[in-house]
Design a protein around this ligand. Structure first.
Ligand SMILES: [Zn+2]
Length: 462
């Protein structure tokens, strides 16, 4: 080895490195070589790793976190719509958002730039497939999957994407025949495993409580109880079809994410997973999306079956009163339902936080602030910040089956990093939305640098 080959590629030093492992390890500096983390430690520890060709970034007190992983984010839809969002308003475009391959590619590239500017280095694209080939937005059909493969092959994705196949409509009906056939014919290949992974499928179990189309055990204010979105002549047949769809995917070795908001849907899904897994252990990590009306027993069942859930505190904050208006006034007022996130955390479920963007902005800083607000009082804000940040990094890496190589800043893992202007512990959750994203690294390469970025591409602060 010549003198020039000595040393690592990159050292960031003089800051606060949050490893986000379970022990909340902190360090002053971090070293990267060939896209991987070599070590974290004190500034002095890193000095022997610095060689002539090492790029050294002086953090000057700034903070480094693992790259953010948004476990439920419709990037194709977001890229077609941004800067508008569904709840946040903005200029709405009539008609489809994207109509051809070029526009679909541009939407994914735009979303990639936006997400990099937010420090997001991984996300799950939940639901792309044939049922949406003629869909109203143009954002979820098979050509989007082709474009994802193309961008992955070209190395142009700016985030690591976990993509779930969909055999039905986004937020709409599906048939068990389409799902079973889709699973049988599913092509989960990727030209670049580092950037694109297709581990499973998305199923829309039901709607949402405020629209009274979430499938619930009780009744809404109008006497109805919602219904499952899968086909069937009655509730019993629809339940059987949803179980069959879940079991078929499970037996094909596919991970299943089910949009499930009503307590009845959640119970059917938990039960179907329990049945599918049987006595044998399973590491497919099936999970619920939204899980709005999760009961204590369902939360316990999720934990017992090694299932996860991805939840959105921002949507809960936004839609809380709207949802309440769908139900009979409570007979015993004054006892608010705990936020589902609280119940899932208490039960030890592997929950992740996510934006469901473009329903809301993809800004994880506001989502963490919203989650913290909904959790109520805390006597240990630092422990809680650690917990919430892990729900955006380490735990979604688990959901991605990738906890051995991403999600924390431990030595050996991939160097997906974000540099923040200040330490989340210093500003607290409420102050997090004002913390600036300064640099984002994907595999040790800069994918966003605030100092060289035009103002337009930055996300307006909330
Ligand atoms: Zn969604």
């Amino acid at each position: 080895m010549s003198e020039d080959d000595k040393g690592v590629d990159l050292v960031l030093r003089g800051g606060s490195i949050h490893v986000l492992d379970e022990h909340d390890t902190r360090a002053e500096a971090i070293a990267v070589r060939s896209g991987r983390i070599v070590a974290t430690g004190s500034n002095a520890d890193m000095s022997e790793l610095i060689g002539a060709r090492t790029r050294v970034i002086e953090l000057e007190g700034r903070t480094v976190l693992p790259g953010i992983n948004d476990s439920h984010l419709h990037a194709s839809w977001l890229g077609g719509m941004w800067p508008a969002t569904v709840f946040g308003g903005g200029p709405q475009q009539p008609g489809p958002l994207v109509t051809n391959r070029e526009e679909r590619r541009a939407a994914l590239l735009k979303a990639g730039d936006l997400l990099a500017s937010l420090g997001i280095t991984s996300y799950t694209e939940p639901g792309i497939g044939p049922g949406e080939d003629a869909g109203p937005t143009g954002s979820f059909g098979r050509e989007v999957l082709d474009v994802y493969r193309e961008l992955a092959a070209e190395g142009l994705l700016r985030s690591r994407v976990t993509l779930l196949l969909l055999f039905g409509l986004i937020d709409g009906p599906s048939t068990v025949d389409d799902i079973v056939r889709g699973i049988r014919e599913a092509d989960t290949s990727s030209p670049n495993d580092d950037l694109l992974h297709i581990p499973g499928i998305k199923i829309f179990g039901d709607g949402i409580p405020p629209m009274r189309n979430a499938y619930i055990h009780g009744t809404y204010i109008d006497g109805t109880h919602g219904a499952l979105l899968i086909d069937g002549d009655d509730d019993g047949e629809r339940e059987a079809n949803l179980r069959l769809a879940i079991r078929t995917a499970h037996e094909a070795g596919l991970q299943v994410a089910v949009h499930a908001t009503g307590d009845h849907t959640i119970d059917v899904v938990c039960d179907a997973v329990r049945e599918a897994q049987g006595d044998g252990s399973s590491d497919l990590r099936h999970y619920l999306v939204h899980a709005d009306m999760v009961s204590e027993s369902a939360a316990a069942a999720l934990a017992a079956h090694d299932m996860g859930a991805t939840v959105q505190a921002g949507i809960a904050s936004f839609a809380g009163e709207w949802a309440d208006s769908a139900f009979e006034p409570s007979l015993e007022p004054g006892e608010p339902e705990p936020w589902t996130g609280r119940r899932l955390l208490d039960a030890g479920v592997n929950i992740t936080l996510s934006s469901d963007s473009p329903i809301l902005s993809p800004d994880w800083r506001t989502e963490v602030a919203a989650a913290d607000r909904l959790l109520g009082e805390s006597d240990d804000p630092r422990a809680r910040m650690h917990e919430l940040l892990r729900r955006y990094t380490a735990v979604p890496a688990w959901q991605d089956h990738a906890e051995s190589w991403k999600g924390t800043l431990e030595a050996g893992k991939i160097a997906d990093l974000v540099v923040l202007s200040s330490d989340p512990d210093d500003v607290g959750a409420a102050g997090l939305p004002d913390v600036a994203i300064e640099l984002t690294f994907l595999g040790g390469e800069v994918v966003f640098d605030a100092s060289s970025e035009s103002v337009e591409s930055a996300v307006p602060s909330a």
